[in-house]
Design a protein around this ligand. Sequence first.
Ligand code: AMP
Ligand code: ZN
Length: 459
Amino acid sequence: MHEKLKIYNTLTRKKEDFKPIKPGFAGIYTCGPTVYWYQHIGNLRSYIFPDILKRVLIYDGFKVKQIINITDVGHLTSDADTGEDKMEKAAKKEGKAAKDIADYYFKIFREDLKKINVLEPSEWTKATENIKEQIELIKKLEEKGYTYKTSDGIYFNTSKFKDYGKLAGLKKEGIKAGKRIAVGEKKNSTDFALWKFSETPGERLQEWNSPWGIGFPGWHIECSAMSMKYLGEHFDIHTGGQDHIQIHHTNEIAQSEAATGKKFVNYWVHGAWLLFRGEKISKSSGGLYTISELEKKGFEPLDFRYLCLGTHYRKPLSFTFENLETAKNSYQRLKNIIKELKESGKINKKYLQEFEKAVNDDMDMPRALQVLWNLLRDKKAEGKKETIKEMDKIFGLDLLREDKIELPAEIKSMVKQREEMRKKGRWEEADRIRDEIKDKGYVIEDTKDGFLVKKEQKM
Ligand code: AMP
Ligand code: ZN
């Protein structure tokens, strides 16, 4: 019998039992990236925890439908609905079409996710391919009297939505504190744009016709429209980085619930920052490391995944190359030990249960890793290999993958010579060649079906 998932819900500020809307099914919407630049390792941390969440649910027997969106229009440089559209800015700077920029960075993002073993969502969805749905949603809000018009767009009136700010625990004072945001023509500082007008139609790279004039959608309405399109008006889980709590997700809730008159999402799950030198790694401040940059420095993408799993997703994680080096070494050591394990046809129930408890307890991956190490250190434990195979369904660390090594030509020819000597019964010479091969860092193991050449592992 599997464990049941408990998950920390930002909305209630409590760890809760996960109760699906439809038995056996979990719908997850993961706020995706704005694709005007490379996704840095901070962004990627925010896709590892939803991946673990999804794997845990699948492990627990749920059918999971996960949607990740791509924001390819409407995300402005300031969350206060001012500033430039990040996509437009990048496209103009690079002298390319916005779609080409979006396609290029999306492709790299997808490849990076693959490298760190984040499973593909059931569906990718792009903001620019769902403009009609967004306009329909704004129309609904207009009919219900939640919107007003200013000289630059159509805005959502947050004072009309009773529970505005419930996700972030914003009190009325909290909302006022948002005064640092220029109110301009807005009725309340927290009001936000649903549709922005093009300043000079024809000058923007991406703009659409709407009942209110030529323009483009606000960033928040995109996620409401796309999540409801694929998962229904009321669905189970919504994930994102913690920066989304105060504004983006708060606004998603307001406009979705105002439009449908029902609860939007049951569980809001947010991940903490990846920090660099004490600060949030951010695209806009240029503090950027990508997976390819880590690879260039001699790390494997999965070293980074191992690093992330070592800290609970709700705790900040400080990135340093020393930490990554430590993670790399532990991960390598882990794989080396696992490589030596033999099949036994058994599962170690005791350790597997401890592991299941940990992952179902708000995805406590540091504890799950501890269980894995304890299993390996336990000299009497049986069924190690099979148990680890089960665990890796959630870790996603390719713990049992045998790295295929391409032998250098020199070693290949020495191996061949050794074989010839053996065939001729010239054992001393064969052994001498074997030692020479060892000096070059490779070991030959004779097995019942022949022999195996491995790179010597330093434990
Ligand atoms: P963006 O493209 O800015 O919308 O970011 C994509 C995702 O990455 C969002 O869920 C952000 O919350 C998340 N994110 C951005 N910076 C970091 C960081 N330093 N650590 C963790 N998550 C981040
Ligand atoms: Zn979103």
